[in-house]
Design a protein around this ligand. Structure first.
Ligand SMILES: [Ca+2]
Length: 175
C-alpha cells in the first residue's frame, strides 16, 4: 500500500475530527520494515460492586435510617461524599435509585442560614425544592434530604433520620 493510498484510507476512516484520551505509539515489524502502530484510546466510566453509573459518576444508596452526620461518615468511610445534584436528569436518576425511601443528599445551610452549599463544593445553581421548602421549621433545619417524590426538604440534622446517597467519580477504563 502506497502512502497516498494510506492517507486516503485514514481520511475515509475519520471523516470528522475525533477525540482521544490517550494515544499509544508502538513500534512493530511490518513487511521487513520497522513501522509504527498508532492507537487512539478513549476512556469509559464504570462502577463496580453496589455502585450505579450515571454520567461519569457512581452512586450508592444506603437504606439504613441515620442522622445527617452519620450519613456523611458512612460515605466518607468509602472515600466518597453525600451526593450533589445539578440537573433535573440527575435528580430523576437519583430518585429512581431510592424508590420507597427518603435519603440525605449533600446539601446544607449550616454555614449561613438560607445559603445552601454542597458538601463536594460544586456549584449551587440547580434546586429541586419540594412545595413549601426550605422552611427552616422551628429555626433548626439545616440539612437536606430527597423525599419520596424526588423533591428536596430541609430537615433537622441532629434528630431526623433518613437513608443516604453517596457519590464518587466513576472509575475510568480504557477502551
Ligand atoms: Ca436552615
Amino acid at each position: 500500500m502506497g502512502n497516498a493510498d494510506m492517507n486516503t484510507e485514514v481520511c475515509n476512516t475519520f471523516p470528522t475530527p475525533i477525540e482521544a484520551r490517550f494515544i499509544r505509539i508502538q513500534p512493530v515489524g511490518w513487511n521487513n520494515h520497522t513501522s509504527l502502530r498508532f492507537e487512539i484510546l478513549k476512556c469509559k466510566g464504570t462502577c463496580s460492586g453496589n455502585w450505579t453509573y450515571y454520567d461519569d459518576a457512581c452512586y450508592y444508596v444506603n437504606t439504613t435510617l441515620m442522622l445527617f452526620d452519620e450519613a456523611v461518615s458512612m460515605c466518607e468511610s468509602m472515600g466518597t461524599i453525600l451526593t450533589s445534584i445539578h440537573t433535573q436528569a440527575e435528580n430523576d436518576f437519583v430518585q429512581s435509585m431510592k424508590i420507597g425511601i427518603e435519603a440525605w443528599i449533600g446539601l446544607h445551610d449550616r454555614t449561613q442560614e438560607g445559603v445552601f452549599e454542597w458538601l463536594d463544593e460544586t456549584q449551587t445553581s440547580y434546586f429541586r425544592w419540594s412545595t413549601y421548602q426550605p422552611n427552616n421549621a422551628n429555626g433548626g433545619q439545616d440539612c437536606v434530604n430527597m423525599l419520596y417524590t424526588g423533591g428536596w426538604a430541609d430537615q433537622p440534622c441532629a434528630t431526623f433520620e433518613s437513608g443516604a446517597i453517596c457519590k464518587k467519580i466513576a472509575d475510568q477504563t480504557i477502551y
